[in-house]
Design a binder for this molecule. Structure first.
Ligand SMILES: Nc1nc2c(c(=O)[nH]1)N[C@H]1C(S)=C(S)[C@@H](COP(=O)(O)OP(=O)(O)OC[C@H]3O[C@@H](n4cnc5c(=O)[nH]c(N)nc54)[C@H](O)[C@@H]3O)O[C@H]1N2
Ligand SMILES: Nc1nc2c(c(=O)[nH]1)N[C@H]1C(S)=C(S)[C@@H](COP(=O)(O)OP(=O)(O)OC[C@H]3O[C@@H](n4cnc5c(=O)[nH]c(N)nc54)[C@H](O)[C@@H]3O)O[C@H]1N2
Ligand SMILES: [Mo]
Length: 766
């Protein structure tokens, strides 16, 4: 482990005092309200919290910086349109604590890196631009002007623009994202990796190929009309808590819910709606009708088993499949059906870990319904066969004619609040030529045409020193990416690393030779241009583009908005080489939006329509049932079941989020729903696996993964016995990211395989 002078790229191995209780039986309720208030009170006080919480997700307020779950199209709750974890996100951003020049003078980079991620995040908001010069131990203040000059000098000294990498996290607004990709493409590269590469890339790939658009097809309204909802590989109680209200309403309207997950996640079992008095007096809604506790990465086997039953029901004379839909609106059905015939129902059930009676019950539920929604998140997207996982979900929906009609469709539940919008704006390493053609015409330049690096390729390029400058628009690249040691080496080989950020994180500490921090405004804060308040726009998980306006006094006078930072930097870096009037674009976001409208389809009358209540829906061919571009038909596909075979002693590890974190931002040390308190270095293990290994509750273990001849370690985890399938374990992200091999990525989407890492577990006494 690192000595005091050395920068430590890993999360702290210090244990904090684990307490284990029974997992919670109901989500939200009074405990959720109490937790929201505590977090807000601690970071900004009650008086400042009340006006802020009134504005969140209101039509004239700001968009919650947390997840991308949509707001209702019509009525918004006066009690506050937010959840417990939204309150934590606001507390984190609106905190009164500050990380200023004096802070960096006091703490060296190495000292900071030896603190826990929780401690680092809790120090407060970044308040002024800082620079870390080569071989220096402390960051020091730098003016905006000097910072831009330094970045311009490094970028322009590169022999090839493709030696620079420009990462984006998913909080960046449409306006900032559009300007950012324009600047980068004028600079000359498509090296635009983003957090999507680690998130829903597999969904985008699978959906574009099968139904013609890489986004989900449902609207919130569809939840209220549907008959059956599948929630697969998603933990909404923690990660999209407002989805529970939609599920509750769906149930009240008669829908049923099947949950497919290796863990019995509390939010999916039962829910106490904090907005409903009867619930707060003890009532609750039981959400899940059928829980299928699938083994990690065995969803394709399970889905195939279910579909075999559907075909059997059909063969016995029942009307189960939507034959007209299949005939008129799809291709590839025969190949799909013939391939399915090669599997044995019993073998598939055994592989998935679900008993035959339960699979039969699931098939019965599905057989009798015509309007089905499938929701999913990282439980499907972060596996080697992730794209196949999602294509198999699409197969099931197509069999039932359940895409492109009300009450039915695909619902990949997005993560970051504008991750979907960023892609729409062109944050993509593989832009299509239609988009580039239009961008070139609008801005009179020649755009680079070669594909750029995605996240994993970017890390590899820095590691092999074929990329030298790393620039991040938000996020925490070091801790969010796989293979922490490898990524740390990669970043350290850069000549310059730059982070546009709101809060301090580990990516500010593991740096290139020189490093810069550019502090920016957050969602909640007022954004004035020449004294005029501006709003930005974002796109939620269901393709609604709407405004977000912050009204809070910024954390510091020295902060700049992301669009301003991009425009000012572009002027410096592209000086003499750009025909774009960056200073004009910078004056008013309406001007930026007019340019977006000219380049990106679906944004006609952008400035007008986004000012109307609740914004507007982008066009969506799958929603409309036209399934472009494959002859206006959707495609059945043939998909592989998981090829993972565990050897004796091996376990399959998934990394999940606790209830007290937003990705790498650690709000607290509790995972209330799972009954784990005051500790993040835990591993959830099946009791039989513990017994076989002679490990007791709270036993201390090291984890290791071996891949392609290299062994990786994550040390000092406390064992928590848990209801999880035998052979599977769970740890938290980012503590276990050291175990995820950089080369282990999903086929086609190249998403790191963070939910199926083969590991071994070893008792230790240190
Ligand atoms: N409060 C809060 N909200 C968030 C975030 C956060 O960190 N905190 N993160 C945001 C982001 S960026 C994202 S992408 C989303 C993430 O939202 P989720 O995808 O819900 O997040 P994870 O914790 O990764 O949970 C994955 C779920 O999949 C299950 N799972 C794992 N492997 C498998 C499998 O092989 N099959 C099946 N069927 N299930 C599996 C796990 O048990 C877990 O319940 O949430 C967003 N919202
Ligand atoms: N093992 C494992 N690894 C994973 C995952 C997993 O499930 N398991 N999930 C993956 C997923 S789904 C995702 S999306 C990625 C997330 O990867 P990232 O998006 O890179 O990580 P975050 O933790 O969301 O980034 C948090 C940082 O963003 C900055 N920030 C916050 N708000 C703003 C803002 O408004 N503007 C700017 N400029 N900066 C801001 C703050 O400085 C904060 O520290 O991680 C991935 N990594
Ligand atoms: Mo994500």
């Amino acid at each position: 482990m690192a000595d005091n002078k050395k920068v430590n790229p890993y999360t702290s191995e210090k244990l904090t005092g684990l307490r284990i209780y029974k997992p919670a039986s109901v989500a939200a309720g009074w405990q959720g309200v109490k937790s929201s208030i505590l977090h807000l009170q601690k970071e900004l006080g009650v008086a400042s919290s009340i006006p802020l919480m009134r504005q969140i997700n209101q039509m004239d307020g700001y968009d919650c910086p947390g997840c991308a779950w949509p707001d209702p199209d019509g009525h918004r709750s006066k009690l506050g349109e937010f959840c417990e974890n939204g309150a934590k996100a606001i507390a984190e951003e609106a905190t009164k604590k500050q990380v200023d020049a004096a802070f960096f003078k006091k703490h060296s980079v190495a000292d900071l890196s030896n603190q826990s991620d929780y401690w680092i995040g809790k120090q407060g908001r970044l308040t002024e631009p800082m620079v870390l010069f080569e071989n220096q131990e402390h960051y020091q203040p730098i003016s905006w002007e000097a910072a831009y000059n330094l970045i311009a000098e490094e970028l322009n000294a590169l022999p090839d623009p493709n030696q620079a990498i420009f990462y984006t996290s998913g909080r960046t607004s449409n306006e900032a994202a559009f300007l950012y990709q324009l600047f980068i493409r004028q600079f000359g590269t498509n090296n635009l990796p983003d957090c999507s590469n680690m998130c829903h890339e597999s969904s985008g790939m699978a959906l574009s190929e099968t139904v013609g658009i890489g986004k989900g097809s449902v609207k919130l309204e569809d939840f209220y009309q549907t008959e059956l909802i599948l929630v697969i590989g998603q933990n909404p109680g923690t990660n999209h808590p407002r989805m529970l209200s939609a599920l509750q309403k769906a149930k009240e309207n008669g829908a049923q819910i099947i949950t497919i997950n290796p863990l019995p996640e509390t939010g999916l079992v039962s829910f106490r709606n904090p907005q409903q008095i009867s619930h707060m007096l003890g009532g609750k809604t039981i959400l899940t009708d059928l829980f299928l506790q699938v083994k990690v990465n065995e969803d394709v086997a399970l889905l195939k088993a279910i579909m075999i039953k559907l075909f059997e029901f059909e063969a016995s004379g029942e009307q189960v499949l939507d034959d007209d839909f299949i005939e008129a609106r799809t291709t590839g059905f025969n190949d799909f059906r013939d391939e399915l015939k090669q599997f044995e129902f019993e073998e598939l059930c055994a592989k998935s870990g679900i008993n035959e009676a339960e699979v039969y019950e699931a098939a019965r539920l599905i057989a009798s319904k015509n309007k089905i929604i499938a929701c999913w998140a990282m439980g499907l997207t972060q596996h080697k066969n992730a794209v196949d996982n999602i294509r198999e979900v699409v197969n099931l929906l197509l069999l039932k004619g359940s895409i492109g009609k009300p009450g039915a469709g695909t619902c990949p539940v997005r993560g970051h609040s504008n991750v979907q919008g960023d892609r729409t704006m062109g944050i993509w390493e593989k832009p299509n030529s239609t988009f580039l053609d239009k961008l070139e015409r609008q801005f009179n330049f020649t755009a680079p045409r070669d594909n750029g690096f995605n996240t994993v390729e970017a890390i590899e390029a820095m590691h092999s020193e074929s990329a030298k400058v790393f620039f991040a628009m938000g996020g925490n690249f070091l801790s969010a990416t796989p293979d922490t040691e490898f990524t740390a080496e990669a970043l350290s080989k850069c000549s310059l690393t730059v982070q546009v950020s709101t809060k301090l994180n580990r990516s500010h500490l593991v740096t290139g030779k020189r490093a810069i921090i550019l502090p920016c405004l957050g969602r909640t804060e007022e954004d004035l241009l020449s004294g005029k308040p501006q709003f930005v726009t974002v796109e939620n998980s269901m393709g609604v583009v709407h405004q977000s306006i912050g009204r809070k006094q910024p954390a510091s006078e020295k902060l700049k908005s992301e669009p301003t930072i991009v425009c000012e930097l572009a002027e410096k870096v592209l000086a003499g080489k750009t025909k774009t009037e960056w200073s004009v674009l910078q004056k008013d976001y309406d001007i930026v939006r007019n340019n977006i409208e000219a380049v990106i389809p679906g944004f006609h009358d952008y400035n007008k329509r986004v000012r109307q209540n609740g914004g507007f829906y982008l066009p969506n061919c799958a929603r409309e049932g036209t399934f472009e571009p494959t002859n206006k038909k959707a495609s059945f596909t043939v998909n592989k079941i998981s090829e993972i075979e565990l050897k004796p002693g091996e376990l399959l590890m998934m990394t999940v989020r606790s209830h007290d974190q937003f990705n790498t931002t650690i709000y607290g040390l509790d995972d209330r729903y799972r009954g784990v308190f005051n500790e993040r270095r835990v591993v959830f293990v099946n009791a039989e696996d513990m017994k076989e290994r002679g490990i007791n509750q709270k036993g201390l273990v090291n984890l290791q993964s071996s891949y392609n001849g290299k062994t990786r370690f994550a040390k000092r985890f406390k064992v928590v016995p848990f209801c999880i399938p035998k052979g599977c374990i769970a740890t938290y992200f980012p503590e276990a990211n050291t175990l995820v091999p950089i080369e282990l990525v999903a086929e086609k989407s190249q998403t790191p395989v963070s939910k199926s890492v083969i590991v071994t577990m070893h008792l230790t006494n240190r």
